[in-house]
Design a protein around this ligand. Structure first.
Ligand code: NAI
Ligand code: MG
Length: 369
């Protein structure tokens, strides 16, 4: 159900449906491992689509990463958010180098502070098969949009450990759900559902988690009254996880908490052909801060430095970025070019069974423009 012209709309900074003459300032955070390769590769089709559609992109690169942490003791400088805040958007590769830096340090030292500090409360992840990609399921007719709450919930970081290393050690991690945050993410889900098929799946585990998740259900019911044109179905996380595999075609917009959305979008990535295809947009729809676009995958230390990382997820994220910036025609054109290239999987990277490299795939997308 690939349709390059139908992108999931976000609130735009500008509203240029066709050719613009704007200059966008883009902050690049390549990060670690294959993050560096895929960001460099994605800039090639970005330049091509900018030339074609008559806008310019001014880039600043930030070396914030685990390598920086090992040198300086921090993933990014103290005024990191301030340095990013003047840009129109952020493109991030991936961060993490678990052999030398604990993942809890790299995640809490860079990604989460940006998502939370810029209040990028929507994490939007499209899961569908690009042309030519079969995926592991024996069906292709699905088009799922996961909308993940991105600022609180299970990833709030509230908690602690006491009596560490002793037999009486205790670890507590409290999930935080505020009415403001639950309401705005659900509302975003309702709006997306309204602009698509009119179907919304709301994900909880309200049978077991009787405070936060019942609260989520209550707010869902309240909003449902405002959206009589949207059909809401409640799913428990375990049931919908299975449904992603058995009946993905029955789902459309799926709205979930930080943890549940994270897990579901890895299943979504798997059924769309792998992590090399899963794109994501971290959005602040109010436009007060730069939104951040990144592939769902991590730094893939097992293939880092080999030049074979699949750049498609990152290029798709660039398309989401252009959509958000208001360059709708360019966003659709870039997605169309991606589909032209994926239609011949032998030319893709080895994770898709092809013989291409990160750079040859990116070059083909640029050529298809
Ligand atoms: P991962 O996504 O880096 O890799 C999982 C598997 O998928 C690996 O076998 C890898 O080779 C493959 N893979 C991932 N992206 C690919 C691509 N573009 N092309 C071809 N194959 C690809 O996840 P993993 O191994 O759990 O984590 C590695 C590091 O990345 C950790 O430090 C982790 O914390 C970090 N990470 C960072 C994320 C981010 O920056 N947003 C997200 C997920 C993990
Ligand atoms: Mg994840």
């Amino acid at each position: 159900m690939f349709d390059a012209s139908r992108q999931d709309s976000t609130v735009s900074l500008a509203d240029n449906g066709t050719v613009s003459e704007a200059t966008y300032s883009l902050a690049l955070i390549p990060g670690d491992g294959i993050g560096v390769d895929v960001v460099a590769a994605a800039l090639v089709p970005l330049q091509a689509v900018a030339d074609k559609h008559g806008f310019a992109v001014r880039q600043s690169t930030f070396d914030w990463s685990c390598a920086r942490y090992l040198e300086t003791g921090s993933m990014m400088p103290d005024d990191g958010l301030e340095q990013l805040s003047g840009h129109d958007a952020v493109l991030l590769g991936a961060v993490g180098w678990p052999a030398q830096v604990p993942d809890s340090v790299s995640l809490h030292g860079l990604l989460l502070p940006i998502r939370q500090g810029f209040d990028l409360f929507v994490n939007m992840r499209p899961h569908l098969l690009l042309p030519g990609i079969t995926g592991p399921l024996r069906k292709s007719e699905f088009d799922i949009l996961v909308i993940r709450e991105n600022t609180e919930g299970e990833y709030s970081g509230a908690g602690g450990r006491v009596h560490q290393g002793t037999k009486i050690e205790v670890a507590v991690e409290t999930a935080i759900f505020t009415r403001a945050a639950v309401e705005r993410i659900l509302r975003y889900g309702f709006e997306q559902a309204r602009s698509r098929s009119g179907r919304l799946a709301s994900v909880t585990k309200s049978n077991a988690q009787k405070h936060t998740m019942v609260f989520w259900d209550d707010v869902t019911d309240e909003l449902a009254a405002e959206y009589p044109d949207v059909t809401v179905t409640r799913y428990h996380i375990d049931a919908i996880a299975a449904r992603f595999v058995t009946h993905p075609e029955t789902l459309d917009v799926v709205v979930a908490s930080n943890l549940f959305g994270d897990i579901l979008s890895d299943i979504g990535a798997a059924i769309q052909g792998g992590l090399g295809f899963a794109a994501s947009a971290n959005i602040n729809p109010d436009g007060g801060f730069p939104s951040m676009f990144e592939p769902v995958h991590g730094s893939a230390p097992d293939i880092a430095g080999q030049g074979i990382a699949n750049p498609i997820a990152t290029i798709w994220s660039v398309s989401q970025m252009l959509q958000h910036l208001g360059e709708r025609a360019a966003a659709a054109d870039l997605l169309r070019a991606l589909g032209t290239v994926t239609a011949t999987p032998e030319r893709l990277t080895p994770d898709c069974g092809g013989t291409g490299t990160t750079d040859t795939v990116a070059a083909q997308v640029a050529a298809a423009l």
